[in-house]
Design a binder for this molecule. Structure first.
Ligand code: SF4
Length: 449
């Protein structure tokens, strides 16, 4: 049974040393109880307490890590059914299927494209995460060759797929240092593959003919002390797979059924031959509980919308996305360049900086910390007002970078111009455009004035 924050607190060292990143042991206990912290963050928990707490503080869906280092993919760890209840935690991995029956040139092209396609959006990198390498020939050397090819391109987050235990054993031996996901234990192979997973410290997927069989496989693996498990429900139709994902999430979170408390792997690439449908099917599993989503192609037309959807769904709705406070140099400004100021809401920053960049007018952009609120909201909350902006401008160091004292505020915050004039003393406050689209003509006029 889950422990309360108070129960957990009683087992913590109570030194309030803050090494876990929160101010007190009590605050850490509350976060653990809410599934928002990991026990490993506290280095001082005794072994006895750890054993009790690990069970009690584990999120209802176990986080599973595939791969190593910076590129490792962490899936699972979710604590809510709906994103608006709190937040989703570990975004689903988007994967590309490569089989040993593909043409060599085709494989090279696919891997190259996988590696190269990425997009930047509000300061985040949107890209695919994992390569699924599939044996179709029963020849371990072919699968190992694919592993080597991926490794050579520094693509190290892998799923190894085969129906043959021997092929998987050989391929896992050749890549155990990369901690690949072994796919997949079935009723026939669960004991052997479970042992391979344990011996090589790798996560393993289970694939059943029904959810009952999936449960049996998971119980067998957990009896063997295998911890990192990923579920393939085995269905290859959108409707049934969707239903299965809802069932699994509800079973783990609502019914507290630990047997189903693992992330999933889903194969839209095996549900249809139509690339558009495949992308649409994949998009279904972004909000509805896919852990790893395997595609037959990773190209701009399917990756960008999926990765963008994933970014939106997995952004914490309680924490606005924010840019760091400071001075941003755009288009190599000098001492004569205009000075603009705006809030640190990421979307505001990227719209304003993008418009300035495309205007080609060298500009200083001051970003005021408004806790991620947009200009109007920050103004209403008292965070983008004269007595908050003026001290920031004075301390920012912008006075040493320009030979004028003119500052442009967003048109939406025109109402603060009088007060800001007074607070800033010898600075002249100018009112800029209300809309981002009007920044370019505004700056061009400024530059020509
Ligand atoms: S690291 Fe451990 S002992 Fe220190 S404050 Fe956090 S919970 Fe308490």
């Amino acid at each position: 049974m889950a422990l309360s924050g108070i129960d957990i607190f009683k087992m913590l060292p109570k030194t309030n040393c803050q090494e876990c990143g929160v101010p007190t042991c009590m605050a850490f206990a509350m976060k653990l109880a809410g599934g928002q912290a990991e026990l490993d963050s506290c280095p001082y928990v005794t072994d006895e307490a750890r054993e009790k707490l690990e069970e009690a503080s584990a999120p209802p869906i176990r986080p599973v890590v595939i791969g190593v280092g910076d590129k490792a993919l962490k899936v699972g760890g979710e604590t809510v059914l709906f994103r608006h209840e709190k937040t989703f935690i570990n975004k689903p991995g988007i994967g590309l299927l490569i089989t040993d029956s593909m043409d060599e040139t085709d494989i090279d092209k696919k891997l190259k494209r996988f590696k190269e396609i990425e997009y930047e959006r509000v300061g985040l990198c949107l890209c695919a995460d994992i390569i699924a390498l599939k044996d179709t020939s029963g020849d371990a050397s072919k699968l190992i060759k694919l592993v080597e090819k991926a490794k050579a391109m520094d693509l190290t987050t892998l799923v190894l797929i085969s129906d043959s235990t021997n092929v998987l054993e050989e391929a896992v031996k050749a890549s155990a240092d990369l901690k690949p996901l072994i796919y997949a234990a079935t009723a026939e192979t669960v004991e052997d593959l479970g042992k391979i997973a344990l011996d090589n410290n790798c996560p393993i997927a289970v694939k059943g003919k029904s959810l009952e069989e999936v449960a049996e496989l998971i119980i067998k693996l957990t009896d063997m002390k295998v911890k990192d498990i990923v579920i393939d429900t085995g269905t290859r139709t959108l409707k049934q797979s969707f239903d299965d994902h809802i069932f699994l999430r509800r079973a783990a979170l609502v019914d507290k059924n630990r047997t189903f408390g693992y992330p999933t792997i889903v194969f839209p690439c095996e549900m249809t031959n139509d690339p558009i449908k495949e992308a649409i099917f994949a998009s279904t599993f972004v909000p509805k509980y896919g852990g790893i989503i395997i595609l037959s192609e990773v190209e701009g037309h399917n990756l960008f919308p999926l990765a963008l959807q994933r970014m939106n769904i997995y952004t914490d709705p309680q924490r606005p996305m924010a840019t760091s406070e400071g001075i941003y140099e755009i288009n190599n400004p000098d001492e004569n360049s205009p000075v603009l100021i705006t809030s640190n809401f990421s979307l505001t920053y990227f719209i304003v900086s993008g418009e300035i960049e495309s205007s080609k007018v060298p500009t200083w952009l001051l970003i005021k910390d408004t806790e991620g609120l947009s200009v109007l909201t920050a103004w209403a909350a008292g965070k983008f007002v004269a007595d908050a902006i003026a001290p920031f401008v004075k301390k920012s160091g912008i006075e040493g970078k320009v030979n004028h004292k003119k500052i442009v505020i967003p048109g939406a915050a025109a109402t603060i111009s009088g007060e800001l004039d007074e607070e800033l003393g010898d600075w002249e406050v100018q009112i800029g455009p209300r809309e981002g689209a009007h920044i370019t003509p505004f700056l061009k006029n400024w530059a020509n004035a």
